[in-house]
Design a protein around this ligand. Structure first.
Ligand SMILES: N[C@@H](CCC(=O)N[C@@H](CS)C(=O)NCC(=O)O)C(=O)O
Length: 191
């Protein structure tokens, strides 16, 4: 039985898995978790109600990291090193904080830097992007691997949703530009 990936087209976490699965036979089932009926249907297959989710035969797998580990082994891809895991944790920290800001905005809240929940996100985003920028400058994302894939999904999504000004982070944007002709990246752009 072939793999089914549940997700949305703009989601950066889902896109990582679409890129890993590029070139393999899989079904992409689009879910809208911000729509009440879409979320109710989705809740029947996952209690955590987050995207992505993969069903492979009798296995249901939550969370992009667990899915990525599963696919890397199943598809015989290069294992993720400790250094790459740290880079991915940095990318996740920024992605998660931006999701909180995005949800705050969509909930009609004022994203004030004086409000604790938002202040924490702005601080984390700034410090982590600054660290990732230095890592990128020293070549940490020069190879096509899961860390580079994760970063690309963040940069494209930030630009797609106009979430953050990336002009202080030219090396991060350059990583995305460097791989923009790779088919797995080109064919999965957020829309
Ligand atoms: N740690 C999770 C994060 C996934 C995540 O936050 N996905 C977002 C979409 S990009 C989501 O499902 N948001 C819906 C919600 O939080 O209710 C992973 O790596 O899969």
């Amino acid at each position: 039985m072939s793999i089914t990936l549940y997700g949305s087209k703009p989601s950066p976490y889902v896109r990582r898995i679409r890129m890993l699965l590029h070139g393999t036979d899989f079904e992409f089932s689009v879910v809208n978790v911000y729509d009440d009926s879409g979320r109710a249907d989705y809740a029947k297959i996952t209690p955590i109600r987050k995207l992505p989710l993969v069903v492979d035969g009798d296995k249901t797998i939550f969370d992009s990291h667990v899915i990525a580990n599963y696919l890397i082994e199943k598809l015989n891809l290069a294992p993720v090193t400790l250094e790459q895991h740290n880079l991915i944790s940095g990318v996740d920290a920024v992605t998660d904080s931006l999701i909180i800001l995005f949800m705050g905005k969509n909930s009609g809240l004022e994203l004030s830097k004086d409000t604790l929940i938002f202040k924490l996100q702005y601080e984390r985003i700034h410090d982590t992007l600054t660290w990732l920028e230095k890592e990128a400058e020293s070549g940490a994302f020069s190879e096509w691997n899961y860390a580079a894939i994760s970063l690309i999904t963040l940069i494209d999504w930030v630009e797609f949703r106009e979430l953050y000004d990336l002009s202080d982070f030219p090396n991060l944007v350059a990583v995305r530009n460097n791989f923009s002709d790779v088919e797995a990246a080109k064919s999965t752009l957020p829309e």
